[in-house]
Design a protein around this ligand. Structure first.
Ligand SMILES: [Zn+2]
Length: 338
């Protein structure tokens, strides 16, 4: 088959690779219904993350099971499934505690920007729907696999609840999904920090009540003003830079919580500053598997439309163009049709 391979920063090719096959008896092979490019794929694309030779890209996926290994019990060929970007057994103590993204058997999904993909630990990773979903639901279901699941985790980790005042730092796809998640969780006020008109409009559509265009100290001052000097109950950090992290911590009220899902690049925290700040922090790769059944249900019942975050759709063969568009910030998130 032809699939997506990143050879070096900026060099993404759609080229011939081996067809995926069952390697372990716990694997499944999927025929993907659609796939997409993640903001985190841009880190190696921009050379900001060391890479060791050609990599099969893609970790967000949904599709139809075509083959399973002999030990797979919960999914079978012909079923539509969505899986997390974190591979998990869903049975170990960390999985049982709801932290499937720290599973003792954790692997990270790869090779999903392709027509077919192999999913290890299929029983613990995949969630099947009762019926084959309609085509127009595919983008929304695909979004649950990572981008929505990650925004949801940020909001969950930040303790968003009914009546919360929430600040979302970062207006990329995950930040926008964080807005949607906070809204679903009953937040009363959702302040999206965004400088881009089109993203501000999307954030408002997903439930943001206020927009703050300022950044850094000015951004913090503006949040302070909007919250009458108190700060937010919950802050979602969806960028991963020092500036964003500092802003997130400074926007939060004492006793409040920060959920951080931007993969930190060059972020350091100072012990004594954290001691006196008195904020809770929980981050890491999202526990998507914990949320998947609920998120899939919300999509299937039409409660949420997270697929609106895709603002560019390309055929898989034009994947390189999709990376370029996101790198140049011409697109928020690219959906690839298979
Ligand atoms: Zn586990």
């Amino acid at each position: 088959m032809f699939a997506t391979v990143m050879h070096s920063p900026g060099d993404v090719r759609f080229e011939q690779v081996d067809d995926p096959k069952i390697v372990k008896p716990t694997d499944a092979i999927l025929k993907l219904s659609a796939t997409c490019i993640c903001g985190s794929d841009l880190w190696p694309y921009r050379g900001l993350q060391p890479s060791s030779g050609p990599a099969h890209m893609g970790h967000e996926y949904c599709g139809v099971v075509v083959e399973v290994g002999r030990d797979v019990r919960t999914v079978r060929p012909g079923q539509f499934v969505v899986g997390s970007f974190c591979i998990s057994d869903n049975t170990c103590p960390h999985c049982a505690y709801g932290f499937q993204s720290s599973c003792v058997q954790r692997e990270f999904m790869s090779g999903a920007q392709a027509p077919y993909a192999r999913v290890p630990l299929a029983d613990g990773t995949l969630v099947a729907t009762a019926e084959m979903p309609a085509d127009d639901l595919i983008p929304h279901l695909l979004a649950t696999s990572d981008v929505l699941g990650t925004g949801w985790y940020a909001a969950d980790a930040a303790g968003v609840g009914k009546g919360s005042t929430v600040v979302v730092v970062g207006d990329g796809a995950v930040g926008l999904m964080g807005v949607l998640s906070a809204k679903e969780m009953g937040a009363e006020r959702i302040i999206a920090m965004s400088r881009h008109k089109d993203r501000q409009a999307l954030a408002t559509g997903f439930g943001a009540t206020d927009i703050v265009a300022e950044r850094g100290e000015e951004g913090v001052a503006r949040i302070n003003e909007l919250t009458r000097g108190v700060g937010a109950d919950a802050v979602l950090e969806c960028v991963g830079t020092q500036e964003a992290m500092s802003q997130a911590i400074d926007c939060c009220r004492p006793g409040g919580s920060i959920g951080y899902v931007g993969v930190p690049h060059g972020v350091t925290l100072e012990g004594q500053a954290m001691f006196f700040a008195q904020r809770r922090m929980l981050g890491g790769p999202a526990t998507v598997r914990r949320f998947l059944p609920d998120l899939i249900d919300r999509v299937l019942t039409g409660k949420i439309e997270p697929g609106k975050v895709f603002d560019l759709t390309l055929p898989l063969a034009e994947v390189a163009e999709g990376y370029r568009a996101m790198d140049d910030r011409l697109a928020i998130k690219t959906l690839l049709t298979v």
